[in-house]
Design a protein. Sequence first.
Length: 349
Amino acid sequence: MSLLGRHILSIDQFDRQELESLLEIAKTLEPVAKRKMRCDVLRGAVMANLFFEASTRTRLSFHTAFARLGGSVISTVGFTFSSISKGESLGDTARVIAGYADAIVMRHPDIGSVATFAKDIHIPVINAGDGAGEHPSQALLDYYTINKEFKRLGKTIDGMHIAMVGDLKHGRTIHSLCKLLQRFDNICFHFIAPDMLRIPNNIIQMLKQSGHQVFEYGDLAEGLAGVDVVYATRMQKERFTQAGDDLTGYSENLRINCQAIEQYAEDDVIIMHPLPRDSREGVYDLSEDLDDMSQLAIFRQADNGVTMRMALFACVLGVEKTIGQYLTPNKAFVPERYSSKDADFYQID
Ligand code: NCD
């Protein structure tokens, strides 16, 4: 596989073999993400982190990933402090930043904007979310997470059953993950959403054409039965633009909580969410009453973002084969686990 110098704009650009190779590279970097080892294979390199939409995990984990490989990061957040607010085109901004940085990460509210930005420049650009479009690095870290959790349980992605719950219409993490899973065999997708926020038809067609089974449900009882993974998502209200984008049918009945998991799902189900979960009053996002369950993988999933994003940087900058030469033991303090709520099996090393 060579991702050398390539933009990462859509998960569609990866075939199964490339996904599996990337996973292997990520595994070699896990001790660095978990702070057991240090690595400075990108010493002296600069990454530009451009975020024109809200972000905590994606922005900070891309930054962390580059820093943990020894590189440094320049950044801009929001339109206000960028010259785009003075009318500069994405193309001009891109050309300027290409003169400063070795790699660029960008999030923007408009579908296709990151591709427009990347079009003429020869510095690798990674799409960190373009509106309701795609979020390829999230799909990759979700893939890494499912793979890792399944290894512990002796399961495989081929043949798995996955339930996706919430705002399936606007959720770019859902769109990218479906495109990634399409590369595997015989997956059974359970889509659970209010009528107005159903998964787009083109995704259903794509999955069926690749030989997968697709079922749609309006409630959890049937939708969660027999699944290996539950992937919950937030209502993306900021993307409700068209007539028909409303919350009709979104109720407590669609909330993934302890009771729903215990009543409808298998004991070893893995519970995922790209985060942030909306914990405000009157919102039915993934419940905090799940926080003590070891099946809740959401924070392990967020941690995996650093590992997978390190692998992406290593590949687009062509240093993935020399990582081993740049590893040294970390002598600084690292706790046994990050939080007292982490599951017993989740040791940092
Ligand atoms: C998601 C995003 O921004 O698409 N979060 C993330 O990147 N981890 C999901 C969301 O905002 O709901």
